[in-house]
Ligand binder design. Structure first.
Ligand code: NAD
Length: 305
């Protein structure tokens, strides 16, 4: 059994990763989460060791990190708008908190650390597809704090030999995302509540949507590899909001979804998606789920909930 610590493991991606690792077998999983967004009850089926605590608290980190062989660091202040309202708090959790996780790894000779970074929010305005060699110009504190984390990860590989791998996630959607404000979760919740779907702009803006099961498979592959540095995990292709709404309509069996178009939001990036060949070559990342299959499984989960 390999000992794995997942910080933020009670959240959307963490619970899905836990379920994936438990189904795969061979992992003894500990989760450290302060439950500010997540909920330990979602981990009950998977027999994990749960520690309620904060990544900024050295004692909680010490309790969680002893004996671990891999750390998957997901805990973060994840919302771009919140980071604009409170940049110092965002820095404390995402930059200082991540540095504390790295420091706890260094003190215990933990050999490997994988962390969740972000695609679009780090790069800012750039001609897509975005890739790892682009100069990062974050437009919000959230992207800046993740970039700081990536910098420290690189330094802890260089100075202390920890195998650090930062994974830049695109827009992740899927089951267990009810608490999220991301576009797919938001639209499905609006549909369930019989409310209007507001689109900012004309719906031509494009994003890279990756199904959660493809993401967590990629995270496990990265854990098992020796890859260090920065890797993008996305679908590798753009989907416009109008295309997304079209597929969502078919999935929920509606041609009459109440969609309202409003003005573009200031500062919003118009089109972005990412190039994924580096992750494919380094650890066999291979997203296989079509948008319609992924949305169907997501809708089934939202409906059953
Ligand atoms: N969901 C996406 O589309 C997406 C895209 C890019 C990057 N990411 C990154 O992936 C990671 C996981 O995101 P998610 O979508 O699962 O979000 P989430 O909010 O569902 O999960 C984050 C978890 O971290 C916990 N947490 C927050 N602050 C903490 C702290 N100080 N100490 C301990 N636990 C803390 C929360 O309680 C929650 O369970 C984050 O780092 C996020 O920035 C997510």
């Amino acid at each position: 059994m390999k000992n794995v610590l997942i910080t933020g493991g009670a959240g959307f991606i963490g619970v899905n990763l836990t379920a994936h690792l438990a189904a795969h077998g061979g992992y003894a999983i500990t989760v450290l989460d302060n439950e500010s967004m997540g909920d330990r009850r979602h981990l009950e089926p998977f027999g994990v060791r749960f520690i309620h605590g904060d990544i900024c608290d050295d004692a909680a980190l010490a309790a969680a990190l002893d004996g671990q062989e891999v750390v998957v660091h997901l805990a973060a202040d994840t919302r771009v708008m919140d980071s604009i309202d409170n940049p110092v708090f965002n820095f404390e959790v995402n930059a200082v908190g991540s540095l504390k996780v790295l420091e706890a790894c260094r003190k215990r000779n933990t050999p490997r650390m994988i962390a969740a970074s972000t695609g679009g929010a780090i790069i800012g305005e750039a001609e897509p597809p975005v890739h790892e060699d682009m100069v990062a110009r974050p437009l919000a504190p959230y992207g800046a704090s993740k970039l700081a984390m990536e910098g420290y990860m690189s330094a802890y590989t260089g100075a202390y030999g920890i195998g650090c791998c930062a994974l830049r996630f695109s827009n992740i959607y899927g089951p267990r995302s009810f608490h999220k404000g991301s576009v797919v979760a938001h639209f499905f919740k609006q549909i369930l509540a019989g409310k209007e779907l507001i689109v900012y702009g004309d719906g031509s803006q494009a994003r890279d949507f990756l199904y959660i099961e493809d993401l967590v498979d990629g995270v496990r592959r990265a854990m098992e590899s020796t890859a260090v540095g920065v890797y993008q995990l996305g679908s590798g292709y753009p989907t416009t909001v109008n295309e997304l709404l079209g597929v969502m309509g078919s999935v929920v069996g509606r041609t009459d979804l109440p969609i309202k178009f409003e003005g573009f939001r200031a500062g919003e990036i118009h089109r972005t998606w990412c190039e994924i060949s580096r992750a494919r070559a380094a650890f066999g990342f291979d997203p296989a789920t079509s948008l319609s299959d992924g949305l169907e499984r997501t809708w089934a989960w939202f409906n059953a909930r």
